[in-house]
Write a protein of this length. Structure first.
Length: 187
């Protein structure tokens, strides 16, 4: 981790994207200069202990409320479920969620995130198209409510090679950043 983090940090990426608070702290202890975005779920109780120097992904209103109270001014990326059906705010619930999140005055909404379920599968591009459409719906809902997220991302390594669209301003190139082509990996 130390070698990889120092190399990537010297390249000045916009973020280190990690899955957990533990991983964020591991990078923090290495004194990286790059901002750290926690993409995975963190139990809200963990945000009550002390002010944290990270960016957070929000999957639900309870987490947003705790961040608003205990991490005022923090940057958050709203995570919408565009069709993977694993995590995130359902697209059908997103308009009401946005109305509720606008009541929380101490959050800095800087991103909109999701995750492609199967973008690297050439035989299942219909799901990817559906997810892309749902992501754009979520972005429109935000913009109609005066929220214009700088960071818009849905692609991990596999989707990066298959989906290009100007709506996105960021990719999360995990395994590809190590020189591994995710399209050539077998299950």
């Amino acid at each position: 981790l130390t070698i990889v983090a120092s190399i990537f940090d010297s390249l000045h990426p916009e973020f280190f994207v990690v899955d957990s608070l533990f991983e964020a702290y591991e990078l923090y202890k290495l004194k990286v200069k790059t901002p750290i975005l926690i993409l995975g779920y963190t139990h809200p109780e963990n945000f009550k202990v002390k002010k944290l120097p990270f960016h957070f992904t929000v999957f639900d209103l309870a987490t947003a409320e705790v961040l608003n109270r205990y991490q005022p001014g923090c940057s958050v990326h709203l995570f919408v479920d565009t069709g993977m059906n694993r995590e995130g705010i359902l697209i059908a619930d997103f308009p009401q969620f946005v109305k509720e999140i606008l009541k929380l005055k101490h959050l800095n909404i800087t991103g909109l995130a999701s995750h492609f379920a199967d973008a690297d599968n050439p035989n299942n591009q219909e799901l990817t198209k559906l997810q892309l459409g749902n992501f754009k719906k979520a972005l429109t809902i935000l913009e109609e409510n005066g929220i214009h997220p700088q960071w818009r991302h849905i692609s991990a390594s596999g989707g990066t090679f298959k989906v290009t669209d100007p709506v996105f301003t960021m990719i999360r190139a995990g395994i590809a950043s190590y020189g591994v082509n995710p399209l050539e990996m077998s299950d």
